[in-house]
Design a protein around this ligand. Structure first.
Ligand code: NAP
Ligand code: ZN
Ligand code: ZN
Length: 349
């Protein structure tokens, strides 16, 4: 089937309207009419080939929500009309240890929602800046939020799970002092989720203008990281820090905020390395630096259900498909509160 999508034909050309094809649903496939798709900073990194290895045409988008339009004959868990989501994963090997534990995100054969090689035209996966998608039922998530919140649920499929998974893995909860560095799409979800898990949350931002807004998102305190005195007031006091910053920056000042045995986990994925680190930032207080990539399918469902139960959605600004380039420019300037979401109905225009 041929549908409308928005994508780029090379790294130096703007996104444009294009026709793409999707497979007819197989026995275990779910076909989804996409209502909305969030705009993740990873979309921008990929479409501009900042990480290398981008396959063109590139249709980004892995924060997908919509309604099931048809299902294959062997699908039992979903039916036409259901509200569903697709995140960053559309397939994996299904038999390795990682897949067995529901950690498909760490499977060596994980198939990303876009930019992963496949046997179907054009030879790689195409993402959610499109009218429809067809995905094996194992990778389809159920949405239990009210339909009126559907657009604001979209960012949970990447920004939500990418922050939820490390907060759970490092057992964040009541009595913990938790920092979230970088208050963008991921960071604003990190604040909401850590707050809902009962932690004492401190937003760490370069933007003076986000001070009040971070409190409204659920932060207990805000530190503007440019102000050395504000940073010093929190030295050696955090149990856990989630770093979502999309650009290289000096990590040492953040490591020095950790108390003994504290951990900072990197989820931000800049195209070039962070500056070299001081070994003393680690050995003085037995501190750890870690990383985390999205989350598995069962944990993504757990996160969606947690958010539905706690009334959590993203703070979004809706855009038309022809505004994606302008949205990217604003995202690079840190000018988004806090996630752009595409109204996929505008793809047909
Ligand atoms: P975003 O909305 O652009 O937010 C990034 C935030 O980082 C900005 O709002 C800004 O917050 C802060 N920042 C500070 N200095 C910056 C600079 N020089 N350039 C850009 N940002 C700066 O991005 P996002 O969608 O949250 O994604 C954040 C990063 O996580 C990206 O690198 C993305 O590729 C990556 N990511 C990783 C995973 C994973 O699985 N690990 C999943 C999704 C995304 P303040 O104004 O508060 O300082
Ligand atoms: Zn993403
Ligand atoms: Zn696997």
């Amino acid at each position: 089937m041929t549908i409308k999508a928005y994508g780029a034909r090379s790294s130096d050309r703007p996104l444009e309207s294009m026709d793409i094809t999707r497979r007819a649903p197989g026995a275990h496939d779910v076909q989804i009419d996409i209502a909305y798709c969030g705009v993740c900073h990873s979309d921008l990194h990929q479409v501009r080939a900042e990480w290398g290895g981008t396959l063109y045409p590139c249709v980004p988008g892995h924060e997908i929500v919509g309604r099931v339009s048809s299902v294959g004959q062997d699908v039992s868990g979903f039916k036409p009309g259901d509200l569903v989501g697709i995140g960053c994963i559309v397939d994996s090997c299904r038999h390795c240890a990682d897949c067995g534990e529901g950690l498909e995100n760490y499977c060596d054969h994980m198939v990303g929602t876009y930019n992963s090689p496949t046997t179907e035209a054009p030879g790689h996966t195409l993402g959610g800046y499109a009218q429809q998608i067809v995905v094996h039922e194992r990778y389809v998530l159920r949405i239990r939020h009210p339909e009126a919140q559907l657009a604001a649920v979209a960012p949970l499929l990447c920004a939500g799970i990418t922050t939820y998974s490390p907060l759970r893995h490092w057992k964040v909860g009541p009595g913990h002092k938790v920092g979230v560095v970088g208050i963008g799409g991921l960071g604003h979800m990190g604040i909401k989720l850590a707050h809902a898990m009962g932690a004492h949350v401190i937003a760490l931002t370069t933007s003076e203008s986000k001070r009040e807004a971070a409190l409204a998102l659920g932060a207990d305190e805000v530190v503007v990281t440019r102000h050395a005195a504000e940073m010093a007031a929190h030295a050696t006091s955090f149990d856990f820090i989630l770093n979502t910053v999309a650009a290289p920056h000096d990590l040492d000042p953040f490591l020095q905020l950790l108390r003994r045995d504290g951990t900072m986990t990197l989820v931000g994925a800049p195209a070039t390395p962070h500056p070299a680190l001081q070994v003393f930032s680690f050995i003085m207080k037995r501190r750890s630096l870690a990383g985390s990539m999205i989350g598995g399918i069962p944990e993504t469902q757990e996160m969606l259900d947690f958010c539905a139960a706690h009334g959590i959605v993203a703070d979004i600004e809706m855009i038309r498909a022809d505004e994606i380039e302008a949205a990217y420019a604003r995202m690079l300037n840190g000018d988004v509160k806090y996630r752009f979401v595409i109204d996929n109905a505008t793809l047909a225009a």
